[in-house]
Design a protein around this ligand. Sequence first.
Ligand code: BDP
Length: 326
Amino acid sequence: MYKKLSTKLLGAAAALSMLCGVATAADWKAWNIHNDGHPNTAAMDRFAELVNTDTKGEIKLQVFHGGVLGNQPDALEQVRIGAIEIGNFNLGPIGPMVKEANLVSLPFIFKSVPHMFRVLEGEAGAIVAKGMADAGVLPLAWFDAGARSFYAQKAIETPDDVKGLKIRVMNNNLYTAMISAMGGNPSPMAFSEVQQALKTGVVDGAENNFPSFKNVGHYEVTKNYSLSEHLIIPECICVNTAKFNALSPEMQAAVKGAAEKAALYQRELWSVQSEQARKDVEAAGIKVNEIADKSPFQNAMDSVYADYLKANPDMKKLVDLAKATK
Ligand code: BDP
């Protein structure tokens, strides 16, 4: 009897809230791989605050930092199927899932970070974003992730220095091809395992930007960071496409606006904190090696491009668009 009555009451309350246009709040989860002290962690916290206020509590977003919801390929799959709503993803591990996203994983495709953003804002970026949305991972805004460079016990100043070294890479065949083209042994591995692998000598080196190199302590177990800057890979705040599309236009605008504001904040933080991270690791004893002439590295990538475009001729259009972007 009591149960019946309460069910009826609940039904009436739901009907009333629908009549008044009051939707029930949705609890959304966001995945972030980074810990406190990394610019993306602060930006994702800002994003959650903005979502909560700008949707007037209709969406309650909780961010899980430090990769506690899983490693990046797993988290991507979870966002793709809607088990997690949001992720701060690097486009590198998206490549195996979304062919178009691999544009940004071609070594030396961009001249600089501003060039990378100009490409993303143009036709090529629209094609990449559509590919991602079609795969279920819709980009709401882009984060800066600087450039990735090699670090190892020894300095890596030419491609020859990579010969025979076991180098950890993110999960993407383009990165294994990149290391193999220099005569190294690529070792794809989850980010969370890299510090231990460097420490125990399971790998000789890895590659990343300064904030990530610092944030998870890779600098504590290596000696040289050499500025090859071979990859400039953007990151996104990405949302499960179906969940985003199911929102009202007002709520979509609020969530997208929140992501854009959080991304502006992230880029400001990035420029300051990546400089600071470099200073911090240098102060901790890391030798940072400038590489005046990167052309030997670029030339070593000719076979990577040739093989890739032979296997994926449809990607030539995107490569040409990126190259034609000033
Ligand atoms: C960091 C990215 C993160 C990647 C990590 C890696 O922000 O998304 O998982 O590199 O190398 O810079 O796996």
